[in-house]
Design a protein around this ligand. Structure first.
Ligand code: ADP
Ligand code: MG
Length: 395
C-alpha cells in the first residue's frame, strides 16, 4: 500500500482526504469524538506540510439528500478545536459551496465538505453513478488520501471510485490499522487467543469460520455464548438465543474438536429477570439458567477461567463485550476480561465499535492495548479474511 510520503511534496496541492467522522450525536452535541480524534494526525500532518486539505466524510444514514439532522457542521467545529486551526465548512458536497470553499483555501488550510451521503450517488450500486460523483469530487483535489478505516469495506464514491481517478495513498490511520491487523492475521505469535462476545452470533459467523483454522483458543462470552450453550444442550432461559444458528454453531464445535482448537464457553452467568440498571441479579451455573431469567454477563468463575486462558497468550484479538456493559450490574465481565487482555504480554487488538466504546466507558487504559480499531464493520471483514474494496483499490 502506498503511504503519504510516496505522493511527494504536498505543498500547495489540494489533497482530498476521506476520513471517518461518523460520530454519535445527541441533537448537535457530539457524545463521543473518538473518530474525530483518530482522524486528526493525517489531516494535521498534511496541513503542516503545506497541503490544502479537503476532508470528505459521512454522518449517519441520510436518504441520499440533504437532511439537517445529519449535517457535519458540528463535526467541523470539533475538528477545528482539535486541530487548533480554522476548518472551512462547505455546505454542499460537490456544488458551488464546495468549489468556493476549496478555491479559497491557502497552503496549510483545511476544509470539510458536507456529508457525502447527501448525494445519493455516493452509495449507489451502479458503477456509473458512483463514477460520475467521483469525477465531480476529483475536480476538487489533486491527490486522494484514504484515511477512513471505518469505511474501507464500502465500495462507495468517496472511498473507492475516487482512488481510481487521482494519485492516491493510505493515510496514517489506515496504515496503523493495517499494521495491527497484519500482526494478528499473518503469522501471529502463539498461543493465539481470540475473545468473542457481543449480541449476535450471526454477525460473527464469518469471523469464527475464518479464525477456527488459525487460533489456538476461542473464548466466547456475551449474548452469543447462549447459542453455543444451547448447541451443547443447555437451556438458556430468556437469554439471547439464535435458534436458527444452533446447527451451524454445533458444526463449529465439532470442527474445533477435530482441529485441536479449544473453544471455551462460560461456566457461570450473571442473570436477572429484566435488563435494568437496578435489576436484582444472581449468579448461576451455565447449565442451570431458570426459564424466567436472562443471562446478561459472564460470572466470576468464567472470569477466572478466561483469565487463565489468556495468561500465556502472545496474540489476542478481542471483539464483542462479555455482557451488557452499558449497565453497571452487567459490566464486570467486560471490565475484567478487557483488563486481562490489556495485561497480556504480546500483541492485543480490539475490534468492534461497542468493544472500543467499552474500553473507554469502563475506564480501561487504552494505551495498554497494542491497537484499538476505529472500524467495526471493516475490522470484522478483515477478521473474516475478506478483501476490502477500499484497501485493494490502494494497491
Ligand atoms: P462490537 O460492536 O464490539 O462488535 P456487538 O455489536 O456485537 O459488539 O455487541 C455489543 C452489544 O452486545 C452491547 O450493546 C452489549 O450490551 C450486548 N451484549 C453483550 N452481552 C449480552 C448479553 N448477555 N445479552 C444481551 N446483550 C448482550
Ligand atoms: Mg456493535
Amino acid at each position: 500500500m502506498r503511504t503519504i510520503d510516496r505522493l511527494g511534496d504536498p505543498r500547495g496541492k489540494r489533497i482530498l482526504v476521506r476520513s471517518d467522522l461518523n460520530v454519535p450525536l445527541s441533537g448537535s452535541t457530539i457524545t463521543d469524538d473518538g473518530r474525530v480524534r483518530a482522524s486528526v494526525p493525517t489531516i494535521r500532518a498534511l496541513a503542516d506540510a503545506g497541503a490544502r486539505v479537503v476532508v470528505m466524510a459521512h454522518l449517519g444514514r441520510p436518504k441520499g439528500e440533504p437532511d439537517p439532522r445529519y449535517s457535519l457542521a458540528p463535526v467541523a467545529e470539533r475538528l477545528a478545536e482539535l486541530l487548533g486551526t480554522d476548518v472551512a465548512f462547505a455546505t454542499d458536497v460537490v456544488g458551488d459551496s464546495a468549489h468556493k470553499t476549496v478555491g479559497a483555501l491557502g497552503d496549510g488550510g483545511v476544509a470539510l465538505l458536507e456529508n457525502v451521503r447527501f448525494d445519493a450517488r455516493e452509495t449507489s450500486k451502479d458503477d456509473a453513478e458512483r463514477g460520475a460523483m467521483a469525477d465531480e469530487l476529483a475536480e476538487l483535489g489533486d491527490y486522494f488520501v484514504s484515511d477512513g478505516f471505518g469505511v474501507v469495506h464500502r465500495k462507495q464514491a468517496s472511498v473507492y471510485d475516487i482512488a481510481q481517478r487521482l494519485p492516491h495513498a493510505a493515510g496514517e490511520l489506515v496504515e496503523a490499522e493495517m499494521e495491527a491487523f497484519g500482526k494478528v492475521l499473518v503469522s501471529p505469535a502463539r498461543p493465539y487467543v481470540v475473545v468473542l462476545g457481543g449480541s449476535k452470533v450471526s454477525d460473527k459467523l464469518g469471523v469464527i469460520d475464518n479464525l477456527l483454522g488459525k487460533v489456538n483458543r476461542l473464548l466466547i462470552g456475551g449474548g452469543m455464548a447462549f447459542t453455543f450453550l444451547a448447541a451443547r444442550g443447555y437451556g438458556v432461559g430468556g437469554s439471547l438465543l439464535e435458534a436458527d444458528q444452533i446447527d451451524v454453531v454445533r458444526g463449529y464445535l465439532e470442527r474445533a474438536a477435530q482441529s485441536g482448537v479449544e473453544i471455551v464457553l462460560p461456566t457461570d452467568v450473571v442473570i436477572a429477570a429484566e435488563l435494568a440498571a437496578d435489576a436484582e441479579t444472581s449468579v448461576v451455573s451455565a447449565s442451570a439458567i431458570p426459564d424466567d431469567q436472562k443471562g446478561l454477563d459472564i460470572g466470576p468463575a468464567t472470569i477466572e477461567l478466561f483469565r487463565s486462558k489468556l495468561a500465556d497468550a502472545r496474540t489476542v484479538v478481542w471483539n464483542g463485550p462479555m455482557g451488557v456493559f452499558e449497565l453497571p450490574p452487567f459490566a464486570a465481565g467486560t471490565e475484567q476480561i478487557g483488563r486481562a487482555i490489556s495485561e497480556v504480554d504480546g500483541t492485543t487488538v480490539v475490534g468492534g465499535g461497542d468493544s472500543a466504546a467499552a474500553v473507554r466507558k469502563l475506564g480501561l487504559d487504552a494505551s495498554a492495548f497494542t491497537h484499538i480499531s476505529t472500524g467495526g464493520g471493516a475490522s470484522l471483514e478483515l477478521l473474516e479474511g475478506k478483501t476490502l474494496p477500499g484497501l485493494s483499490v490502494l494497491e
